[in-house]
Design a protein around this ligand. Structure first.
Ligand SMILES: O=C(O)CCC(=O)C(=O)O
Length: 306
């Protein structure tokens, strides 16, 4: 078992002070008790679920994605290691960014873990009724230096209703040094941030940013709370609702390993869908489809933490 290595948790190049850091608690043992699982979700705003996916299926998805990135010169052989070459030929070989990223995001092995198999049963249990994933996927290949600022998912995904959950899947081991997801403990109760956000639709009001102005360390300190994360391992997922502040740690992998993950939104089958994220070629948040995603940009060493 990989030990939790809090010293490796960086935000914008600074170590997260130990008093502001905690380890996500594993809720997988509650899967056999749906009421308790849903109570945990209501209490924590998230469920960290260790080992719920088939590790071999996740490894196959990782290999499928990294083989595509190796074909454009970004990932070294053997692709399973996920090491960045430091260069890219994506622009010359795949000039249609959106089409390329859509085809990578629709790989059958990737979809077999993100949209089917064990995660489908997990999400039925989380919602207490049959659930379905959005077709649109946020596939993220983050090189060293990359991080995601704190935000709530509400402005992106609640146009039709707010019974929506994000499922963030580690596509391979993502130790804290590689910049896994981080959540702000208790942020589902921050009415001063949540109330003004109600009704904010990022597609209609893109000038109003979803990301917080302060970085995660300052934010956690100001709220007297902790940032929760884990050394994610192959097979682990975290599920969270639209009212939980989250982001990622910095990827500062000393071996230039690319952090690979995907995040997909799920909702009850019984509720209306948001057309932006469903269909054969979903328009996405801005209407640009897969071209709008960071993942659609060639990997480059010029990433700065943002
Ligand atoms: O993977 C990341 O860096 C951020 C993921 C995220 O913001 C999400 O899943 O909603």
């Amino acid at each position: 078992m990989t030990p939790f290595a809090p010293q490796a948790c960086l935000v914008k190049g600074r170590a997260v002070p130990p008093e502001l850091l905690g380890e996500l608690r594993d809720s997988a043992p509650l899967l056999s008790d749906p009421e308790a699982l849903r109570a945990r979700m209501a209490e924590d705003g998230h469920l960290f679920l260790r080992g719920v996916l088939d590790p071999d299926a996740v490894r196959a998805a990782r290999r499928e994605v990294f083989a595509r990135l190796a074909a454009v010169g970004e990932i070294r052989e053997p692709v399973d290691d996920g090491l960045f070459t430091g260069t890219s030929r994506r622009t010359e070989l795949e000039p249609d960014r959106g089409r390329f990223w859509r085809s990578v995001s629709e790989g059958p092995r990737l979809r077999a873990v993100s949209h089917a198999g064990p995660i489908a049963a997990v999400m039925d249990t989380v919602f207490g009724e049959p659930a379905r994933p959005q077709d649109y996927m946020f596939l993220r290949a983050g090189v060293r230096g990359r991080a995601t600022d704190l935000h709530y998912d509400y402005p992106f995904f609640t146009r039709a209703h707010d019974r929506v959950c994000t499922v963030w899947t580690a596509l391979g081991d993502v130790p804290t040094s590689d910049g896994p997801l981080v959540v702000v403990a208790g942020s589902q109760h921050y009415r001063d941030l949540i109330d003004p956000m109600i009704g904010h639709d990022i597609s209609l009001n893109p000038e109003r940013r979803a990301a917080f102005g302060s970085d995660a360390i300052e934010f956690a300190r100001s709220r007297g709370t902790r940032l929760l994360t884990a050394d994610f391992r192959v097979g682990d997922v975290i599920v969270f609702g639209m009212y939980l502040a989250h982001g990622s740690l910095d990827n500062h992998s000393p071996i230039d390993r690319v952090r690979l993950s995907c995040d997909v939104r799920w909702q009850p089958v019984s509720l209306p869908v948001d057309d932006r994220y469903f269909g054969a070629d979903p328009p996405g948040t801005t209407g640009a489809g897969y071209a709008e995603l960071n993942g659609a940009k060639p990997l480059t060493q010029d990433w700065h933490v943002r």
